[in-house]
Design a protein. Structure first.
Ligand code: PEP
Ligand code: MG
Length: 547
């Protein structure tokens, strides 16, 4: 008898197949006396070496540059001579290899936590390292993505970047996690890879590996213990759904022809796809990562020109460097800040190092001039009209005619009308706007309900910005994760936004959802979502009304 579990659908699509869960962290055995300390030390160091090799292999295979970066940092931790020395010392004094690794890493962990800031955020990576090295010592499978030899639905408590870096969409059919939320790493990865996903489905942890399940990433339904016929039928329906989506093309339009530009969020030229009407968010941080000094003007000109040329005449909205908080850069953030998300991040870093922004804008202007591309620039974390005016003035003085501001702070959203007197467009970063509107760290999984982009308060802030845009006759788009949810994209259109920018894979489903509704229907759905008491009710009422 099949059993229905319900979670939160965060990436639409159907999947069916056996579920296999990420291997659990190994348990330390009861300590036993060490007979041969030299051999035991070799076992411990050997475990760290093999973990470093495995993580290096995953870094090499990773398609997501941020995940590759995290993995390379983990390799360095595993190869750290200080850690190896600490492990060896413990073994010499009679501690077994797994316990020595556990204790040495616990010491590192405490030091990272005490240091705060960027290092404290790396604690989860240290824990992952510990689990892997202990598993190798004990001869258990390394925790991480299983390899059952057939396509499967991946179950987990939650997924970390180290788990998903090498995720192969040809082997993994869908994701289902016990924890997580609409902005968690699992959701972002699922959407980027085009995998159906359900989060907040705790029952999945009790399902034995190999059980056949079906999953609906729109409704959040996960049915456990289905038969082979249901699996085949579900896969047929998913194939038909994908065929329908890939048959859609062209600009974003509601059923009655109201245009809403569908743009791509990219980190480099490689992310650009033909399907997008342009780039709505070019995140430029990639170029600055892993550096002790910012990249020089010429290097930046080359990178930007590559993206502008790849856009082939389509508009490119480039965001200037957004460093700090969840994207720390050593050369801009020497000392730890007590509250990095409320600190010197985004455009604010120009207070400390104005030349970094000046060089970047000069490079953008040169690359735009050389390629003749339609380049729009915008600054992250703009908070006041004066900041917007200064940024726009600087950009225009360099010959960049279209300058905008990201709306990520409630102070900016509430003054959208005044901001629009200074800039040519606004782009709403819903990931950060949720964080700051709800005073909830966007990296904190426990607060996922507050960070839900269906929160009526967030919709209200977006609606206010969109109205200001209409009044000023200037574009107001959304470029956060909210734009990638097809049902929410319809609501955002009803609120009056003029463009939606998302990871490229999300575009067909959003295009298809828009094409199914008239503008008046989008407005009705928006009004219903705005009137709902909370995010879950807003999502539900929009779902009911759209049938
Ligand atoms: C956002 O905050 O919504 C956004 C698009 O920017 P990022 O996620 O890069 O901070
Ligand atoms: Mg942001």
């Amino acid at each position: 008898m099949a059993e229905l579990l319900t979670g939160l659908g965060v990436s639409a699509g159907l999947a069916a197949g056996p579920v296999h869960r990420v291997a659990a962290a190994p348990q330390l055995p009861r300590p036993t006396p060490v007979a041969d300390p030299a051999a035991e030390a070799q076992r411990a160091v050997g475990a760290l070496t093999s973990v470093a090799a495995e993580l290096a292999r995953r870094a090499e295979a990773a398609t997501d540059p941020t995940a590759a970066e995290i993995l390379r940092a983990q390799v360095m931790m595993a190869e750290d001579p200080v850690l190896r020395e600490a492990v060896t010392e413990r073994v010499k004094s009679g501690t077994g290899a797994p316990h020595a690794i556990d204790a040495a890493l616990a010491e590192h962990r405490a030091a990272f936590t005490a240091a705060g800031g960027y290092l404290a955020e790396r604690v989860a990576d240290l824990d992952d390292l510990r689990d892997r090295a202990v598993a190798v010592c004990l001869g258990e499978p390394m925790p991480g993505i299983p390899d059952p030899g057939e396509p499967f639905i991946l179950g987990a408590r939650d997924l970390a970047p180290a788990d998903t870096a090498g995720l192969d969409p040809a082997r993994v059919l869908a994701l289902v996690t016990a924890d997580g939320g609409p902005t968690s790493h699992t959701t972002i990865v699922a959407r980027a890879l085009g995998l159906p996903a359900v989060v907040r489905c705790p029952g999945i942890l009790d399902v034995p590996d190999g059980t056949l399940v079906t999953l609906d990433g729109a409704s959040g339904d996960v049915t456990i213990g289905v038969d082979a016929g249901t699996v085949a039928e579900t896969r047929r329906r998913e194939r038909r759904r994908r065929e329908r989506l890939s048959a859609t093309s062209g600009p974003g339009r509601t059923a009655d022809g109201h245009p809403v530009a569908l743009l791509a969020n990219i980190g480099s030229a490689a992310d650009l796809v033909d399907d997008a009407e342009g780039v709505g968010l070019f995140r430029t941080e990639l170029l600055y990562l892993d550096r002790t000094e910012p990249p020089g003007l010429d290097e930046q000109v080359t990178t930007y020109a590559e993206v502008f040329a790849a856009a082939g005449g389509r508009k490119v909205v480039l965001r200037t460097l957004d460093a700090g908080a969840d994207k720390p850069l050593p050369f801009l953030h020497a000392g730890a800040e007590p509250n990095p998300a409320l600190g010197v991040r985004g455009l604010r870093t120009a207070r400390r190092r104005p030349e970094v922004l000046a060089t970047q804008l000069a490079a953008i202007a040169q690359a735009a001039g050389a390629t003749g591309a339609d380049v729009w620039v915008m600054a992250p974390m703009v908070t006041t009209p004066a900041e917007a005016a200064e940024f726009a003035g600087q950009a225009r003085a360099l010959g960049l005619p279209t300058a905008g501001a990201m709306v990520e702070v409630p102070a900016a959203a509430l003054r959208a009308e005044v901001l629009l007197r200074q800039v040519d467009f606004l782009s709403i970063g819903t990931n950060d706007l949720s964080q700051y509107a709800f005073a909830a760290d966007r990296l904190c999984g426990d607060l996922a309900d507050l960070l839900d982009p269906w929160q009526p308060v967030l919709l209200e802030l977006i609606g206010g910005c969109a109205r200001a845009g209409v009044a000023a006759g200037k574009p107001v788009g959304v470029c956060g994760e909210a734009a990638a949810d097809p049902a929410l994209a319809v609501v955002l259109t009803g609120l009056g936004v003029t463009s939606l920018s998302m990871s490229a894979r999300a575009i067909p489903a959003v295009r298809s959802a828009l094409a199914d509704r008239t503008l008046a229907e989008c407005q009705q759905l928006a009004a219903a979502a705005l009137a709902a008491p909370d995010a879950a009710a807003a999502r539900a009422v929009a779902g009911q009304l759209s049938g």
